[in-house]
Design a protein around this ligand. Structure first.
Ligand code: ASP
Length: 605
């Protein structure tokens, strides 16, 4: 079943996109069951570097994009030609067929200038976050190509800045440039694309070597190894070997699905202070001076500082008393800050916040994020620093909230049973039972075997807005497509459940990946005003065309559906578009002598 993708206007396309996203149109036949769309932000790094005349590696504009079409493992020219026809030269790239996976169609947004990541600043993190926001609805997932040196900082920062993320963002790079025969770039890039286009992992992650790691848990651990990144306090979210094994229990789905937003303003007055035996008071005092507003103290072992250094502790106390947020993270790669020693307790006593097992990268970027939240007072900010916001730290189970703990106790068969039970409770509108099943550890996003429908699909078909809200608050994903490629929102539209549609919309749902051009035109042709209203409430583009290039207004005019014409005109759809035969809606009404329709079309302002 081929479906048409949403038409993207040229003005919406990335201006610096030399990846050949066509500037005329990005509309192509798109089937969400077998294909997915991924946007690649190419920021720089070794992966796309080439050697200059003196043999020094440097980022070079256009070099990576030009070479990609030559790699058969990263681009299937035959498929692309069939799909994009004459637009091949500036059409998106396409991964070759991979058994059991959706085919990834990808476009590259190349940054100008391309950066060695050592030259990056917080502005660059904001730019990446803003670009993801700009193209969020047009793609199913995102890949960021990045230099490895500061990749862990960017991954951590993005994890906080992208609020309510419901799509995968996979960051990768390489140790050896893609143009070199032994490069790890091709396999890293390929796996990142497959993961971003196929796996429901709504987190900022890092793919490197053969593991997918939670972005804000990663550290660059090796200068030379092809497995350069580790996440010492968090097991990989997926491993890529002969098979791609995703550890679904470890994936965080936020319990509140808010509309996706980007918080791109960061507080730059933050720092890292690594303690060492004999550090002087003057040094610490100078570091803590304004404009500093927050710092990660990298302490010894399990979070210790010398408890016999009253001078140092006095400096920390003075800083926290004037509102500076200090967070205690260990210098060790692995393990948690604890107050088991007198030396660790001393920091708590002077107002330093324990940072559990956060990496310094996560601690610093989280501070930049938390401190920029003007709606939080300093106590709330300290509380946030010890809370798990995006899986960046481990909290004791009894204290855990914000959905960061993993769910236990599910095997494959158990999951199927859970899905069936959950869907049955939804059909019976039994909220108490739904709650009980979720409390017993069921994944709110489990799907029924066969049709792959989630509890949210079922609730949207039933049209119970209360249960829909309940499931969304429990972390139900709006992006799961069932076997027929239908989203929960599409189900609510098909049954004209207007209240349910409104609830879904308030949680950020949109119709972008579905084909509704034919359906919406059919509704207009039949005079089905309710259905048109459903599409309108769902945020649909009422100017979508069917296969003959006709808009709903063409159809309403052709069949003299006055109420539909009136609804569409009130929605300010264009009266000008021409169908494949060159007819406007007025031409069709004139041909059939529909005076009333013509009147409405001509009188509308
Ligand atoms: N210096 C490079 C960078 O971080 C190293 C790399 O990409 O691996 O951009």
């Amino acid at each position: 079943m081929a479906t048409r993708g949403r038409q993207v206007r040229a003005s919406e396309l990335p201006s610096a996109c030399i990846s050949r996203i066509s500037r005329r149109t990005y509309s192509f036949s798109f089937d969400p069951i077998v294909e997915s769309r991924v946007l690649v932000l190419y920021t720089g790094g070794t992966i796309g570097m080439v050697r200059n005349n003196s043999g020094i590696l440097a980022p070079t504009a256009n070099a990576l994009v030009h070479s990609l079409r030559r790699y058969p493992d990263l681009h299937d020219e035959t498929y692309a030609q069939g799909k994009f026809k004459s637009e091949t030269s500036d059409a998106p790239l396409v991964l070759p067929h991979i058994e059991g996976k959706r085919r990834v169609i990808y476009s590259i947004l190349e940054y100008d200038p391309l950066l060695d990541s050592s030259n990056m600043t917080m502005e660059d993190w904001s730019r990446m976050a803003e670009d993801i926001k700009r193209f969020y609805t047009l793609f199913d997932g995102f890949v960021v190509l990045h230099g490895t040196d500061t990749l862990a900082f960017s991954a951590s920062a993005l994890s906080f800045m992208l609020e309510g993320l419901s799509k995968p963002v996979v960051i990768t790079g390489s140790q050896i440039p893609m143009v070199d025969a032994r490069s790890d770039g091709k396999s890293n890039f390929l796996s990142a694309l497959v993961l971003a286009g196929n796996c429901e992992i709504p987190e900022v992650t890092v793919f490197f070597g053969e593991v997918l790691l939670r972005g804000n848990r990663t550290v660059k651990a090796s200068v030379g190894s092809l497995r350069a990144f580790t996440s010492p306090n968090c097991r990989p979210l997926a491993t890529v070997g002969v098979r791609i094994e995703v550890d679904f229990k470890s994936i965080i789905r936020p319990p509140r699905i808010d509309t996706f937003t980007v918080h791109s303003t960061l507080n730059r007055n933050v720092g890292l202070l690594r303690l060492f035996p004999g550090i002087t008071t003057q040094m610490v005092r100078a570091f803590l001076q304004p404009p500093l507003e927050g710092a990660v103290l990298q302490s010894f072992g399990a979070g210790n500082v010398p408890s016999n250094r009253e001078d140092l502790l006095a400096e920390f106390k003075a800083a926290t008393s004037r509102g500076v947020v200090l967070v205690n993270c260990t210098q060790c790669q692995q393990g948690v800050v604890m107050s088991v020693y007198e030396t660790g307790k001393a920091l708590i006593d002077v107002g330093v916040t324990p940072g559990s097992d956060m990496t310094p990268e996560a601690g610093l970027t989280k501070l930049a994020y938390v401190l920029s939240k003007s709606e939080w007072d300093v106590e709330t900010k300290r509380q946030m620093m010890q809370s798990c916001l995006r899986g960046e730290l481990t909290v004791p189970r009894s204290q855990s909230y914000n959905g960061c703990e993993n769910r236990d106790g599910e095997d494959e068969f158990g999951k199927d049973l859970m899905a069936a039970r959950l869907c049955a409770a939804v059909v019976k509108k039994d909220v108490a039972r739904v709650e009980e099943i979720l409390e017993n550890g069921a994944d709110v996003n489990c799907v029924t075997p066969g049709d792959r429908r989630s509890a949210l699909h079922v609730a949207c078909t039933e049209g119970d807005a209360g249960i829909v809200r309940h499931l969304l608050l429990a972390g139900a994903s709006q992006d799961i497509l069932d076997r027929h490629g239908r989203s929960p929102l599409m189900d609510a539209v098909t049954f004209d459940h207007h209240e349910t549609i409104s609830v879904l919309r308030s949680f950020g749902a949109s119709l972008q990946a579905s084909n509704y051009g034919n359906l919406i035109c059919e509704a207009a042709a039949k005079g089905d005003v309710m259905r048109l209203k459903s599409y309108q409430l769902a945020g649909a583009d009422l100017g979508q065309t069917d296969l003959s290039g006709r808009t709903p207004l063409h159809m309403a005019a052709l069949f003299a559906r006055l109420q539909c014409v009136s609804l569409l005109l009130e929605a300010k759809v264009s009266r000008e578009p021409m169908d494949a035969l060159g007819d406007t809606p007025s031409d069709l009404a004139a041909r059939r002598n529909y005076g009333a329709v013509l009147n409405m079309l001509e009188c509308a302002d």
